[in-house]
Design a protein around this ligand. Structure first.
Ligand code: NIG
Ligand code: FE
Length: 379
């Protein structure tokens, strides 16, 4: 009766399905795919007779583990230039915010990204994406936010979409026009938010270039009022929301994201108990970014114990970007989520699979191993 395209045998499966075992583990199991979907999974002893003979390709996993394909739900991997010099400045004592206020930081990458050709962005972004794939990623979110003018925001999102072509990975895009105020709008943040809401967002939505909308709510980014304006505009176009919230200070970003029913609030180093409670009530996912915490030598970790206690789903992501997290290893992020943020290994893996899918609104389709879901596997 089996009629499958592919079958992996002699595998330990971490299905990540909720249940008594935190990994949803099936020891000594097998998993089959048909038409890109999971068709069957279970113990080797339950494999239908003749299954191997009726399958086009049989792979012997040799006792290794198969997990859902890893999902990097927060990256900024399309950018020009590099910011290695800022690393040296921070070692000498400059802070991330000081460098940003002096015209470096995000604005330095904006200048380099505006100057880069689409071909150049495709090449460098492709190299980064290949490294994430080699580390087990099968779905990667990519944000814009280094253009901050309509031409470059659209260029970046087009590049992000095209990066999936010919690669074994799905790319999900997020419009982050509200990443910081570009130099030509210095001192006119409200006018820039007008541009983002009234010109960029409509055009990007019309071209179908964004799957979600994000903002950087922070002293060196945008105020809660400005963020709320953008969120209203995005909601009017039925675009899901995400937020860089409470990374360097507590502006109430987590609660703001929750109030708007955002898919996720990300960073959260300075989120208060009220913010955690609001996220729990709204079902907003907490995206934890240990690479940024590490790179910026932060000492105030996100409120993991409170998130856990309130039952807020925790995702983990690379935050790959040239400034705060020049990181391309998801396995290192698993490690850092445990060592720096005290997640359990089970929570960390759920953070790169099941909960990362939720942070992208894709849990119906991926992030766990179950019949009918996409056959995205990491061996
Ligand atoms: O997620 N915090 C704002 N955005 C990025 C950093 C961007 C940059 O420094 O280029 C982040 O850490
Ligand atoms: Fe980020």
């Amino acid at each position: 009766m089996a009629d499958w395209d592919s079958l992996w045998i002699n595998a330990n499966l971490a299905t990540m399905m909720p249940g008594p075992d935190a990994y949803g583990a099936i020891a000594d199991g097998a998993i089959a795919a048909r038409d890109g979907r999971i068709a069957w999974l279970g113990a080797m002893t339950a494999l239908p007779p003749n299954a191997a003979r009726k399958t086009a390709r049989v792979h012997d996993a040799g006792g290794r583990w198969i997990t859902p394909g890893l999902i990097d739900c927060h990256t900024h991997l399309v950018f020009g230039g590099d910011r290695a010099g800022e690393f040296a400045l921070r070692l000498e004592g400059a802070s991330y915010a000081e460098i940003a206020r002096a015209g470096g930081g995000i604005r330095a990458t904006v200048a380099a990204t505006r100057a880069a050709s689409e071909q150049e962005l495709l090449r460098t972004g492709g190299e980064r994406l290949d490294r994430l794939c080699a580390d087990g990623a099968t779905t990667v979110e990519i944000k814009s936010g280094y253009g901050l003018d309509i031409t470059t925001e659209i260029k970046s999102l087009r590049v992000a979409r095209r990066l999936a072509d010919g690669r074994p990975v799905a790319v999900v895009t997020t419009f982050l026009g509200a990443h910081t105020v570009p130099p030509e709008y210095e001192g006119r943040a409200d006018a820039y938010i007008d541009l983002v809401c009234d010109e960029m967002l409509p055009q990007i939505a019309a071209e179908g270039l964004a799957d979600a909308v994000d903002a950087f709510c922070e002293g060196i980014g945008f105020s809660p009022t400005q963020t709320a304006r953008l969120f209203e505009a995005a909601k009017a176009r039925e675009l899901p929301l995400k937020l860089h919230a409470d990374q360097l200070s507590d502006l109430g970003g987590a609660a703001l994201a929750a109030r708007f029913g955002a898919l996720s609030a990300d960073h959260l180093e300075h989120t208060s108990a009220d913010g955690v409670a609001a996220m729990a009530a709204a079902g907003t996912v907490a995206v934890l970014l240990p690479g940024a915490y590490y790179t910026l030598s932060e000492s105030h970790p996100p409120p993991v114990a409170a998130l856990r206690e309130r039952g807020v789903a925790m995702a983990v992501a690379s935050d790959c970007n040239p400034g705060s997290s020049p990181a391309l290893s998801l396995q290192l992020m698993l490690n850092m989520a445990c060592t720096l943020f005290r997640l359990t290994p089970e929570e960390a893996l759920a953070g790169l699979t099941r909960n990362a899918a939720r942070a992208l609104g894709l849990a119906y389709d991926r992030g766990t191993l179950a019949p009918g879901l996409q056959a995205d596997l990491a061996l």
